[in-house]
Write a protein that binds this ligand. Structure first.
Ligand SMILES: [Zn+2]
Length: 357
């Protein structure tokens, strides 16, 4: 493993991969891993990463991060050369207008386009006051006909589309800016945690799962959990920040205030005993964390904790401002603290503690 964490996050963030098209993300992961871990891929594009020479007959810990990002898919190419598209994962239509995107063509090259809608000049007064739905938007690559799109640009229905955004890091405040921090930060956490624990004498066996298709219904992790059959699991997520929409006194996902532990969301009630163990470790190690009690939302933990005979699972989140938009902001310190937390949990956990969960 040669690259540092920030470079890994940069490469993962820049990689293109809506649900079902995670190949580029796996390429970045494979390059980072080199031959330091054993890797295996299944047909859903889940990548299993296992440290070498682990002793069998120890409880298995699944470390999960999802590889897919929210994006779009080309649905129809219209005669005027614009393209209708559908969202992959959850988007708010108002965040899309005039944003740039990149579309993968049938050669695997990326064509840049813009999300366009009817110009204000042609809107009647009621249209001006109406939120434009995604069904009323098109992607325009600057073509003038369907033939130009299909023949010159080689774009076909079914083509995946991602935000046209490049990762940046601001050293002044250690804030990262880029797309797909949900959940490429989680993928980096999985790889970083496995790297930092290389050669450690643990009382558990680790399996990293870079899981596909979370944004369309936690699908990859469902298969991954059946494959790994973990005894416990830690899910790393790029979780939505609420700090600039909520009163500071009640915000639970403030950027820069440490990783979150999620007590509850629509997909899971976190295992309270495992959560207590993780919180106690954080306090002992002076890791600042935030407690998240979410009304909505869900993560891969939703499927993992219900797999096999049931799996005690926790979710560690790195707060992401503006998740599910083009531009995400996250604190690099929150990221490194999330990894430090996971490493400390794994160094301290054993069969007897797990038996109490
Ligand atoms: Zn996510």
């Amino acid at each position: 493993m040669k690259t540092d964490s920030l470079k890994l996050i940069q490469d993962l963030s820049n990689a293109n991969g809506i649900s079902g098209f995670e190949d580029e993300v796996l390429e970045v992961a494979r390059k980072y891993i080199g031959d330091s871990l054993d890797v295996k891929e299944d047909t859903l594009r889940n990548l299993y990463c296992t440290p070498k020479n682990q002793i069998e007959n120890k409880p298995v810990v699944m470390l999960d991060g999802h590889t897919d990002e929210v994006g779009f898919m080309i649905q129809t190419i219209k005669n005027d050369g614009t393209m209708k598209f559908i969202p992959i994962g959850s988007w708010f239509a108002q965040n899309l207008g005039s944003q740039r995107v990149r579309i993968r063509n049938s050669d695997g090259d990326y064509i840049k386009g813009v999300v366009a809608s009817k110009p204000p000049h042609f809107m009647n007064p009621s249209e001006r006051n109406t939120v434009i739905e995604i069904t009323g938007m098109v992607i325009d690559v600057g073509a003038v006909s369907k033939e130009e799109v299909t023949q010159k640009f080689k774009i076909e229905p079914g083509a995946p589309v991602v935000p046209e955004v490049t990762f940046e890091f601001n050293p002044m405040n250690k804030v990262m800016i880029g797309k797909a921090f949900d959940d490429r930060l989680g993928c980096a956490c999985v790889l970083d945690t496995l790297t930092q624990l290389q050669g450690s004498d643990l009382n558990v066996k680790l399996v990293g799962s870079l899981s596909s298709q979370e944004e369309v219904g936690l699908r990859g992790a469902k298969v991954a959990a059946q494959t790994i059959r973990p005894d416990i699991a830690i899910v790393f997520e790029g979780t939505p920040s609420d700090d600039n929409f909520t009163d500071a006194s009640i915000a639970q996902g403030a950027m820069g205030k440490g990783p979150q532990i999620r007590h509850r969301d629509s997909s899971m009630v976190g295992n309270p005993r495992f959560i207590k163990f993780a919180r106690d470790i954080a306090k002992k190690e002076n890791i600042k964390f935030q407690d998240a009690v979410r009304e909505n939302g869900g993560t891969n933990a939703g499927n993992i904790h219900l797999s096999n005979t049931g799996v005690p699972t926790i979710v560690i989140g790195i707060p992401v401002r503006y998740a599910h938009t083009h531009y995400c902001y996250s604190s690099y310190n929150d990221y490194t603290e999330a990894v430090r937390w996971a490493v400390a949990i794994l160094k301290n956990i054993d069969k007897d503690i797990i038996a109490e969960f």
